[in-house]
Design a protein around this ligand. Sequence first.
Ligand code: SR1
Ligand code: MG
Length: 438
Amino acid sequence: MTKTLSFEALSAETLPQRLGNTEPLASRIGADTSCWKVREVGDGNLNLVFIVEGAEGAAVVKQALPYVRLVGDSWPLPLKRSFFEYHALTRQKARAIPGKVVTGFPSGMAEKKTGAIVPEIYHFDEAQALIVMEYLSPHIILRKALIDGRQLPKIARDLGLFMARTLFRGSDLHMKARDRKEDLALFADNAELCDITENLVFTDPYFAAPMNRHTSPQLDGLVAELRADRDLKVEAQRLKHLFAANAETLLHGDLHTGSIMVTDGETRVIDPEFAVYGPIAFDVGMALANFWMSFFSQRGHENAGSRDAMRAYLLGVVAETWSVFRTEFAHLWRTERTGMLYHRSLFEEQGDTFGSEQALDRFLHSIWTDMLGFAGVEIHRRILGLAHNADFETIENEDLRAGCEAKALKFGRHLAVNRHTIHSLDEINALAELIERE
Ligand code: SR1
Ligand code: MG
């Protein structure tokens, strides 16, 4: 019988001895720990991540630390976040699968074959706050691929489908009311990570919060302007209210391009430790914001030649992700609306298909409006707050970096403040191009 170990932060040296008897790991990679090669590769803000290679295979071990890695032990953070990550991954795995194929359905979303979009979980150890999971190779982090100027052909479609399926199926549009309430209560305990999002995304960027930083002094004037911008601050707080009060679905909670791993043919979504119940639009806005930030950062990565094609690609990814999301969400609305909201007894069962289509239209419109706002504040916090993006941070020339960041900040402000009057992605992508050329 395997002995239960209590928490101790692992190191490459201690891992084989601590996890050598963990059956699901040993049977995946080979039991002979003397051949195990262990590397710590975590480059995120919170956790330890090890790649463990044995005689018969490899696996990833992700372990939570009792503090924020980026800041140090002055900022304690509960280990239970690995519990929420594990449970979010299991739900996403079940929810991200294709739905019923409906003959004649116009969206063309029916898929021949889909690989799992979240990594396979081999083992969860709550006491040691660790998850043993599939080693994704040759996948790389999407953010790095975009910085390198790589155009991934499947990303928009995979991400649009992932968001529509997980967000729809985790909501009262689909789940049994009791199941959703129980799940909501379970994830409510992920309060400390939710707190990070609430403060870091919606509040800190808009005042001189102690942990804020912006890397380019050239931005000082613009930063002061944004912090004095009443309309922006009010809108950011309205969005925070929405995030905190609208427990609509189980979110990934941190769906940026650093939480996605890719090859040309495959997309995997990782790292849902910030999973909480919140508005559907939050994940969508965060994902699109990160493509827009990549768009504005491309000018800083032009040392090997023009990135015009990359910029066009990124705006295309934004448009396609949204369009796939919308289409698949509508498909699920029509085929899997089994929850207590907009019940079929009020519409289809009375022959009132138009009523359900009208409700869908309104529902999607709210997601659209809120998604734009969430995207705007996500852009701001990645430039003004504590946690920055490599897209901008890896631009060495300070003037160039500041120029890219300033354009992104301006664009983010437009999204957040004017979100109720923006009608299409064509309109907003055209504005992105205009600002970028300034
Ligand atoms: C203190 S944690 C800072 C950020 O890192 C994570 O990836 C989340 O985005 C969080 O907001
Ligand atoms: Mg993460």
